[in-house]
Design a protein around this ligand. Structure first.
Ligand SMILES: Nc1ncnc2c1ncn2[C@@H]1O[C@H](COP(=O)(O)OP(=O)(O)OP(=O)(O)O)[C@@H](O)[C@H]1O
Length: 286
């Protein structure tokens, strides 16, 4: 089975910002969450995958095909949902479907109608009268109906309420039941990715800071909460970052089992993706 996406040593130089040596792989039948601060390079990475910006180095393959040499075929395999929805304001969802049917060779009108029904978008409202959540749902229905093999979402679930996000995440989980499908989703909402993603890549200042299987990351990292004097005694090499506050200290432990063996008296709790992102990104913040 081919990997759905392989990004190897990707680089892009904007002058003031550089994407450097970004590599990650999404196996078929899985979801990769791309996380990172504002300006970390998530959208630039996605634009390179979509060939919307020219990369300066590296390789990108989608289901084994080079995204530049076989651009047409690769485009047909990818569905995209961006954070801005650009459908014609005056159209109703069904009319949007008729327009898109002419643009996408693999368009599945029945599937589109199924999602409109499921997402409650079958009324008489035009896109202009839609809330942000309704627009995102329409974009996601359209992305599914184009029958992509790789679905890419850039911040598409931000700004949606938890109920809608949950519904949409369930659709994603169903989509990847087919091993020939995969999803790359960039989001600031790490709790969504904690629920849905199989793999996580954390970009920091244009570089991969952490990448791996989500369960493994959550199982390995830990969060230490302790007093200042205790923190001062801990070997810094075991920590990915720490924070000294008014009422105590917190630190991200790189390997909580190894840490527990060395410091059995200190309690290390499981870390969240947000902890991993915040502490790794800040390093040794005071
Ligand atoms: N066309 C461009 N020309 C020059 N610099 C650019 C261009 N597009 C993006 N950048 C810069 O690249 C950096 C990364 O931006 P990018 O949009 O990839 O980040 P991001 O991780 O998606 O951020 P956010 O979470 O805010 O969307 C930023 O410093 C941005 O200013």
């Amino acid at each position: 089975m081919n990997n759905a996406l392989e990004v190897s040593h990707l680089s892009k130089d904007y002058g003031a910002f550089k994407l450097e040596d970004v590599s990650f792989t999404i196996p078929g039948g899985t979801i990769m969450g791309l996380i990172g601060e504002n300006g970390a390079g998530k959208s630039t990475t996605i634009k390179c995958i979509l060939n919307l910006v020219r990369r300066d180095g590296g390789e990108i393959t989608v289901f084994g095909r080079d995204n530049r040499k076989e651009e047409r075929a690769v485009k047909g395999d990818i569905g995209v949902v961006l954070d801005e929805v650009l459908f014609h304001d005056v159209l109703r969802p069904q009319q949007v479907g008729r327009v898109l049917a002419g643009l996408y060779p693999r368009w599945d009108g029945k599937l589109f109608d199924h999602y409109l029904e499921k997402f409650g978008l079958t009324g008489k409202k035009t896109v202009k009268e839609f809330s942000r959540g309704m627009k995102m749902k329409l974009a996601i229905a359209a992305a599914f109906a184009a029958r992509p093999r790789l679905l890419i979402l850039d911040e598409a679930t931000s700004g949606l309420d938890p109920v809608v996000r949950d519904e949409i995440l369930d659709e994603f989980l169903e989509f990847i039941q087919d091993e020939d499908h995969a999803i790359l989703i960039s989001s600031h909402i790490t709790s969504d990715l904690e629920k849905a993603a199989d793999y996580i890549t954390y970009l920091h200042n244009g570089r991969v800071a952490v990448s791996g299987a989500k369960d493994e990351l959550l199982d390995t990292y830990g969060k230490l909460v302790c007093g200042r004097s205790e923190l001062e005694q801990v070997d810094r090499a075991l920590l990915a970052g720490s924070r000294v506050g008014q009422f105590g200290c917190e630190a991200l432990v790189k390997d909580r089992r190894a840490f527990a063996r060395r410091y059995p008296a200190l309690t290390v709790d499981p870390a969240t993706l947000e902890d991993i992102m915040v502490f790794t990104g800040k390093g040794d913040a005071q």
